[in-house]
Design a protein around this ligand. Structure first.
Ligand SMILES: [Zn+2]
Length: 109
């Protein structure tokens, strides 16, 4: 609550590992529902470029969610994979599978 960053908290403590896990599960459910909806609309054997792009984007997010869950299990969740700085908790609330802090994300696109 307070901006007291002096205490030695692990990233899991800082962001709340249980909350993070719940958010990741929620995100995955939402993406899987999207995927089901898109694939349900597509005719069998469809090669529609937009649908393909949409499903590819969702599968990419699902992969990132999986990686985030692995980091959660490994205790490295909430740490930027590039600069090893803590990813702000507010960022993780919006984007629970974020790999990088805002600064690194901007540099990598
Ligand atoms: Zn970073």
């Amino acid at each position: 609550m307070s901006p007291d960053a002096a205490r030695a908290e692990t990233p899991a403590d800082r962001i709340g590992a249980d909350d993070a896990r719940r958010r990741l599960v929620h995100e995955r459910d939402a993406r899987l529902a999207q995927l089901t909806a898109i694939e349900g609309e597509a005719p069998p054997g469809s090669t529609d470029a937009l649908l393909t792009a949409q499903t590819a984007a969702i599968r990419q997010v699902l992969a990132e969610i999986e990686q985030a869950e692995a980091r959660l299990a490994a205790g490295t969740y909430g740490t930027c994979v590039r600069c090893a700085e803590p990813v702000p908790a507010e960022r993780l609330e919006i984007l629970p599978y974020a790999r990088c802090c805002v600064g690194c994300q901007e540099h990598t696109g």
